[in-house]
Design a protein around this ligand. Structure first.
Ligand code: NAD
Length: 357
């Protein structure tokens, strides 16, 4: 893979490689677009098979952070970091501190946060070397509980807002009482979302690839538990993917009974054309980076003296953003995913023009 071709293709501003052989650090930071502010995005640690895979991941993830921040109305741009290595085997204090120094060398153009393979504790170690770390302060979250950084409840709350907006649009219903939801993945976000949905009166069909999680759900939640492969074809109103990316594809879309797809997973469409495939099947798709922005909104509020009420109100605006996307997509008869991209591009291009004037 040619680095320059890819960077040019997706409009990135910079891609920086970090290497510290003593600490075992091999990392890449991609800055996609900083016209709305410094690039904010998580640091992922993953056992990539090769450098090409790591580069492809960081380019894709950093780009979607620009779109996510622009549509969430944040004063941040999009960036992401990846560390090549197995988080269970290769993570050491020396490596995390070396990563902190690497982030610091960018002088605040990139601000890191938690992501797959890194924890709040890891970020606190990086913060010994750099100030450019977000989401590590202990504080009350939007539910009023004390938490150390974890943005998942905020993400789940944003998804709940997004499901309500989508149900209103497609099913003309203003509440979730007896709305049937198939929820894929009961991890940090999915479990919390299940609790929010049950409280709102929805009926749930859930699954997880881990049998022990399915058993816990059957024991502790008022839900129907199904096998992982059976989740797509459940006779429900809403499909909420909260596990992996690329779950909306040629195999899964024909199985869907739901009229709404709205969940937290990143990069849900296997390919862009699957947005159109959903539209043609009459399925309303809540674009992933819009509906799952609750966590980044919450983290961004941490920069301005965190006020849980303000963060909550900001997360609730996800519903308005989705309503605008749905309205424009209806008028232009185009996929909601494309309409979301257009609105985001309008916003960050406007900022660029204003900044240049
Ligand atoms: P997590 O790792 O805590 O949970 C994912 C769950 O999905 C796990 O329980 C896992 O066993 C399950 N799973 C994996 N493959 C599955 C499959 N094929 N079928 C069913 N279950 C499967 O992750 P999370 O933090 O809850 O995030 C969930 C998704 O939301 C991810 O795509 C993540 O990128 C995205 N997301 C999370 C946040 C956040 O605040 N945590 C923010 C934005 C987006």
């Amino acid at each position: 893979m040619s680095v320059f071709n890819n960077v040019h293709l997706h409009g990135h501003e910079a891609v920086v490689y970090g290497f510290d052989p003593d600490a075992g650090l091999r990392a890449i930071i991609a800055l996609h677009n900083t016209s709305c502010g410094p690039a904010l995005g998580g640091c992922r640690m993953w056992a990539y098979e090769n450098e090409e895979q790591a580069l492809a991941d960081v380019l894709r993830l950093s780009r979607s952070m620009t779109y996510k921040s622009a549509l969430a109305g944040l004063r941040f741009g999009g960036g992401k970091a990846v560390v090549i290595g197995d988080p269970r085997r290769d993570k050491t204090e020396a490596l995390l501190r070396a990563m902190g120094r690497f982030i610091d060398s960018l002088g605040g153009r990139y601000i890191t946060a938690e992501d797959a393979g890194t924890s709040v504790e890891d970020l606190k170690i990086m913060a010994k070397e750099t100030d450019h770390v977000a989401g590590i302060a202990d504080r009350r979250d939007i539910d009023g509980n004390w938490r150390s950084g974890d943005p998942s409840p905020a993400t789940a709350y944003g998804v709940l807002m997004g499901i309500q907006a989508s149900v209103q649009e497609r099913l003309d219903r203003s509440d979730l009482e007896d709305i049937r939801v198939a929820l894929q993945g009961l991890g940090h976000v999915g479990w919390c979302l299940a609790q929010y949905l049950l409280r709102a009166g929805a009926r749930l069909w859930v699954t997880d690839i881990r049998p022990e999680v399915r058993e816990r759900a059957a024991a502790e939640l008022d839900v129907t538990v199904v096998e992982p492969n059976a989740i797509y074809a459940q006779p429900v109103d809403v499909f909420a993917p909260c596990a992996l990316g690329a779950v909306l594809n040629d195999q899964s879309i024909p199985q869907l009974q739901a009229r709404v797809v709205a969940g937290s997973a990143n990069n849900q469409l296997a390919e862009e054309r699957h947005g159109e495939m959903l539209r043609r099947r009459g399925i309303l798709y809540a674009p992933d980076y819009v509906i799952n922005a609750g966590g980044v909104i919450d983290v961004a509020h941490g920069f301005d003296g965190y006020d849980p009420r303000q963060a909550r109100l900001h997360i609730e605006r996800i519903a308005e953003t989705l309503a605008e996307i749905y309205c424009r997509a209806r008028r232009s008869a185009s996929p909601t995913s494309r309409e979301a991209d257009r609105i985001a591009e309008e916003r960050f291009q406007l900022r660029r023009t204003v900044a240049a004037a």
